[in-house]
Design a protein around this ligand. Structure first.
Ligand SMILES: *[C@@H]1O[C@H](CO)[C@@H](O)[C@H](O)[C@H]1NC(C)=O
Length: 165
């Protein structure tokens, strides 16, 4: 029973951790990574938002926004000179709060996929009060702590679990 619980716990954590996170703020831009290690020519890659909306298509090594969802009109940028290096990263500009969600890049020919969770925050006002700034810094500190704990927990659990099984 105990070991079963532990395994569940680990699977949940790994799932959380393996989804890369990118943070952006309203009006600014974010680069969503998609990088496959290898020399690649004329591949087809599809960028999708929450598995539904067409964000961008790269067709046989060429940029194509033909089928793009109107929400993304004039807000996407790919780096075509990077395609041969297996880099299909996408830049999303002029971010909106509604852009938050999971973006996946599917490289069809080689069956590769990379997903990233984009979170979009309100752009902090430049004239924020001292206490607001302080609260924000503290929040940030807590975020970092949580990440550190997760990073430590996984190797630790992988050592402990075999003892239970
Ligand atoms: C992919 O290309 C973009 C744009 O040139 C660059 O910012 C990014 O670092 C590249 N990613 C990798 C993993 O090389």
């Amino acid at each position: 029973m105990e070991s079963w619980l532990c395994i569940c716990f680990i699977v949940l954590f790994i799932d959380e951790v393996s989804l890369e996170k990118v943070e952006g703020s309203v009006g600014n831009s974010a680069v969503l990574p998609c990088r496959y290690d290898g020399q690649l020519q004329d591949l087809t890659a599809h960028w999708r938002y929450n598995d539904i909306k067409n964000v961008y298509d790269i067709q046989a090594g060429k940029e194509s926004a033909k089928e793009q969802h109107p929400d993304y009109t004039s807000r996407t940028l790919v780096f075509s000179h990077e395609f041969v290096k297996g880099n299909f990263s996408l830049k999303l500009v002029n971010l909106l709060l509604t852009d938050e969600g999971t973006y996946c890049c599917y490289v069809i020919d080689i069956n590769y996929q990379q997903c990233t969770y984009l979170s979009v925050k309100e752009t902090p006002r430049t004239t924020g009060t001292r206490s607001e700034e302080k609260a924000e810094r503290m929040n940030h500190g807590l975020d970092i702590k949580a990440n550190e704990i997760v990073a430590l927990l996984i190797p630790l659990l992988s050592v402990i679990i075999p003892l239970f099984i």
